[in-house]
Design a binder for this molecule. Sequence first.
Ligand SMILES: C[S@@+](CC[C@H](N)C(=O)[O-])C[C@H]1O[C@@H](n2cnc3c(N)ncnc32)[C@H](O)[C@@H]1O
Length: 345
Amino acid sequence: MAPRESTAWLETRLGSIHHDDSLNVMARCKDASIEMILTSPPFALTRKKDYGNEQEDAYLEWFRSFAVEFHRILKDDGSLVIDLGGAWKPGIPVRSLYHFKLLIMLCEEYDFQLAQEFYWWNPSKLPTPAEWVNIRRIRVKDAVNTVWWLAKSSWPRASNWRVLQPYSDSMRDLLAHGYKAKLRPSGHDISEKFSKDNGAAIPPNLIAVPNTESNSRYLRYCAENDIPAHPARFPASLPEYFIRLATDPGDIVLDPFAGSCVTGEVAERLERKWICAEVNEEYLLGAKVRFDSKDTVDGGAKRPKKPRDSYYRIPHPGLLWDEKPTESLPEDGGRSRPAHLRRET
Ligand SMILES: C[S@@+](CC[C@H](N)C(=O)[O-])C[C@H]1O[C@@H](n2cnc3c(N)ncnc32)[C@H](O)[C@@H]1O
């Protein structure tokens, strides 16, 4: 099992945490030895700049050495899964393109293939930045992360049978009452086979998971021991989805930006081997509790009890639309605050 030398900060039955730069940890891994790299890298837009794309370029440059190692250590039929939150450019209501540029760089310069793009919808995300969303009201809530599922080949090992979902009410209704085969307006010829009950539905590439952990053993342990809780933790079902989809028990899962090691905890529970690397030891102090006993810390607790609870509903956009006159749009695109708010600056 990689890495070759043991410099582990913590070892468990199936995995190890390394308090180190992940470039060092990966340098000790053999070529083509890892079935899945699953991670959420840091991204910080800190410098205030009103134009240009220097921050995006600096991010891409920083990522290059990781891209080389990811490609070297990943198995030919393995998967690289990268969760990236979008970002606003500082000071202006404009989005950074860094996550799209990273995807293009990984595919065009490092020979990765995009197996599929996923969107993680976090319904509990706060509407930020307040200035654009709540105050000037010129943008809407940003509530999805992109999750790039990449691979070295066009055929990474995967099976959607592992991640099926219960049928929706409307699909259940359709299965009960039958579906009349017809040509859809889109041109798709929907055959009678569509109404075959397969027991469960193939999920879409939109993953709905709120990030609302508030009373887990991890958080209680951090509070009791005066350890800072990691501010950007995965909800356990996100790594669990991809680990189930594209690895088998016994495979190795590496998280090179491990934070509080949710990936390691999930991998251990699912009988996968795992390696977590994290540079900030403060985050590992809290992560330790995830491996103290066989009980899951975050993973099991979040499962919806009934199949129906598992469907998040997004209101159709037209529900509140009417023909009543509305205020005109701001002439300056929201550059200045609305008059009634100006004194509050
Ligand atoms: C977005 S967080 C990951 C959080 C994690 N998914 C979780 O659930 O707790 C990114 C982490 O990468 C760590 N990091 C940044 N550069 C690193 C490097 N070169 N090697 C290892 N860890 C690094 C940061 O300290 C941070 O904790």
